[in-house]
Ligand binder design. Structure first.
Ligand code: FE2
Length: 358
């Protein structure tokens, strides 16, 4: 079977106040604001701001009318990811394949047009209340039809593309969704981590990564596992009411510069546990980055048999402990930082305890 999905086209977040959220993502993460849709462009129901940095496209949407069902979405989940849109070569073929394989149809294939041309889109539902919109660009020049271009420049922080997007699903539902992605979108199992890999003294989770054949699209799926205390995945599910997107990992080419810029902009990151760097270099060996600078910026490092990676996780980006962003730079490694899981989860647990959720 030919690969069905090419890459993540954009991620759409529903937020309570898109104007302010756009300001936050522009100022904190350095996105350009490249397009807008709202009353001024003829859409009186919703306002959407399109942000771009490198090949990362984010849309921030807010409902304008009290009867809009997106208000219920916001009541249930708070600000979060509603749609992981995927670029495809043939919308009808992918949509029909997915629906025949059991995916819930949310919008049938249709052309969307404006004076710049046409794209063809269709939408299915995945875990929780998250959607996948398929986008067949057909050479369309702008972002998508219906959006007016804007030119608000951000101070770029070196983010280049979406490396992976993680979903949290309910207890014992991970395998079901792994099978679902294989059946509907041809995303096969890439790697699994069990609760022995990802557990601390108190809490645990299991994770399986599904990926496209070329590994461009990578979706890890987490589920809570039993521990002495509440899993961070269960804390997410409780705050989000259901399954949903836990984090978006954004790649960069110089993590020292990127993290320094993000910290200067006020982005809050998970604290590195005390003692993390004491035995790190024994574990990961030689790296080309300056070790003292990595420690100063609190960047995590992990190695596998193919190389190493550097990563760091923001704290949740809204008041509910739900969505956060990972900054990642790969130097050969194709994995997800297994060696950092334990250290990291101890930090997350400290924060969970401060919220009274452990
Ligand atoms: Fe990640």
């Amino acid at each position: 079977m030919p690969q069905l999905v090419r890459k993540v086209h954009h991620v759409e977040l529903v937020v309570g106040n898109a104007k302010q959220a756009a300001y936050f993502y522009r100022k904190a993460f350095g996105f350009d604001q490249v397009a807008y849709r709202g009353p001024e462009t003829g859409d009186h129901a919703r306002a959407s701001y399109v942000l771009r940095q490198g090949d990362i496209w984010m849309v921030l949407t807010t409902p304008l009318h009290h009867l809009d069902p997106l208000n219920i979405w916001l009541t249930n989940h708070g600000d979060g990811v509603r749609d992981i849109a995927l670029e495809v070569d043939d919308v009808d073929a992918v949509f029909n394949h997915a629906v025949e394989a059991g995916a819930a149809a949310a919008a049938a294939p249709a052309d969307r047009e404006d004076e710049l041309g046409a794209v063809r889109t269709a939408t299915i539902g995945t875990y929780g209340e998250v959607l996948h919109t398929f986008v067949q660009r057909k050479g369309y020049k702008g972002f998508l039809p219906g959006y007016a271009p804007t030119e608000v420049r951000g101070l770029h922080t070196g983010l280049t593309f979406i490396d992976h997007i993680v979903g949290n699903v309910e207890d014992r539902q991970m395998q079901r969704w792994v099978d679902w992605y294989d059946r509907t979108l041809g995303l096969g199992r890439f790697v699994s981590y069990d609760d022995k890999d990802i557990s601390t003294e108190y809490t645990a989770l299991r994770s399986t990564v599904v990926a496209s054949d070329d590994r461009v699209v990578k979706f890890p799926i987490n589920e809570p596992a039993d521990g002495l205390r509440k899993s961070q995945i269960q804390e997410y599910i409780d705050a989000n009411l259901t399954a949903g997107v836990q984090h978006i990992a954004m790649h960069c080419e110089d993590i020292l510069e990127t993290i320094a810029a993000l910290r200067a902009n006020g982005v809050e990151f998970l604290a590195v546990p005390r003692g993390y760097y004491d035995n790190l270099w024994d574990r990961v060996g030689e790296v080309s980055e300056d070790r003292a600078r990595l420690a100063e910026l609190g960047i995590l490092v992990d190695r596998d048999d193919q190389g190493y990676l550097l990563q760091l996780f923001t704290r949740p980006l809204q008041d509910r402990p739900t969505l956060f962003i990972e900054i990642i730079q790969r130097r050969g490694s194709n994995s997800f930082g297994k060696g950092n899981f334990k250290a990291l989860f101890e930090t997350i647990e400290q924060e969970q305890a401060q919220r009274g959720n452990l």
